[in-house]
Design a protein around this ligand. Structure first.
Ligand code: ATP
Ligand SMILES: Cc1cn([C@H]2C[C@H](O)[C@@H](COP(=O)(O)O)O2)c(=O)[nH]c1=O
Length: 200
C-alpha cells in the first residue's frame, strides 16, 4: 500500500530535486510511484496561464486561488485513483502552497480557503516535507523566473513564515527540513522519515 506524500517550500528550496530522488528510491524498492506536481497536475494547460511572467491578465487573489483549486480538484481525482491501485503518490506542491502563497503571501482569508478546499482538495497527505530556506537563497537558486518569483522579498518572507506556521499547527504531518544542506543529506533524512511507512 502506498501513501500520499507532498513536498512544499519556497522557491528554489529543492522540492523537485528531492521528490525525484525519493521516487527513484521507492521505485528501486519495487514500489509503484505516481510523481506529480502543481500547478498543472490536474489541468496541464492551466500551468502556463498561472505562472507565465507575461500573463496578460491581472488576477485578483480570489480568482488566482480558485484557478489553483480547479486544477487541484482534477489533480485530487488522479491522486485518489493512484492511491486506490496501491501506488505511492509524491506531489511537488499541493494545498499548502495555496495556503502559503495566496493565504499568508497575498492575504486571503484562510477560513474561506479551507471551505473551498473541502471539495477541491479532499486528500490529506500522510507526510509533508517542508524544505525551509531563506527566500534570498532560494530565489538565487531558481533559474527561470515565474510570476511569483518576480514578487518582492517581503512577499516571499510571508510565504516562508506561513509555511512554518502551517507546520506548527500540524506537527504530525509536517517534517521540516533545513534545505540549505547538501542534497544527499536531505534525501537521507527524508528516507529515514518514511521508513516507518515502508514494509519489510
Ligand atoms: N540542497 C541543495 N543545495 C544546493 N542546490 C540545490 C539543492 N537542492 C536543489 N538545488 C538546486 O537548486 C535549483 C532549484 O532546485 P529545485 O528545482 O529542486 O527546487 P524547487 O524547490 O523545486 O524550485 P521551484 O520552487 O522554483 O520549482 C536547482 O538548480 C537544483 O539543482
Ligand atoms: C500550487 C501553487 C503554486 N503556487 C506558485 C508557487 C510557485 O511560485 C509556482 C509554481 O512553480 P514551481 O516551479 O512549479 O514550484 O506557483 C501558488 O502560488 N499557489 C499554489 O497553490
Amino acid at each position: 500500500m502506498g501513501y500520499f506524500l507532498t513536498f512544499e517550500g519556497p522557491e528554489g528550496a529543492g522540492k523537485t530535486t528531492q521528490a525525484r530522488l525519493l521516487a527513484d528510491w521507492l521505485e528501486a524498492r519495487g514500489e509503484e510511484v505516481f510523481l506529480t506536481r502543481e500547478p498543472g497536475g490536474g489541468l496541464p494547460w492551466l500551468r502556463q496561464a498561472l505562472l507565465s511572467p507575461g500573463a496578460p491578465h491581472p488576477l485578483s487573489p480570489e480568482a488566482e486561488y480558485l484557478l489553483f483549486s480547479a486544477d487541484r480538484a482534477e489533480h485530487s481525482r488522479r491522486i485518489g485513483e493512484a492511491l486506490a491501485r496501491g501506488a505511492w503518490v509524491i506531489s511537488d506542491r499541493y494545498l499548502d502552497s495555496s495556503l502559503a502563497y495566496q493565504g499568508y503571501g497575498r492575504g486571503l482569508d484562510l477560513d474561506w480557503m479551507l471551505q473551498v478546499a473541502r471539495k477541491a482538495a479532499p486528500l490529506k497527505p500522510r507526510l509533508t516535507f517542508l524544505l525551509d530556506l531563506p527566500p534570498e537563497e532560494g530565489l538565487s537558486r531558481a533559474k527561470e523566473k515565474n510570476r511569483f518569483e518576480a514578487m518582492d522579498l517581503a512577499f516571499h518572507a510571508r510565504v516562508r513564515q506561513g509555511y512554518l506556521e502551517l507546520a506548527r499547527k500540524e506537527p504530525g504531518r509536517f517534517v521540516i527540513l533545513d534545505a540549505s544542506r547538501p542534497v544527499e543529506v536531505i534525501h537521507e533524512e527524508i528516507r529515514r522519515a518514511i521508513m516507518p511507512l515502508c514494509g519489510p
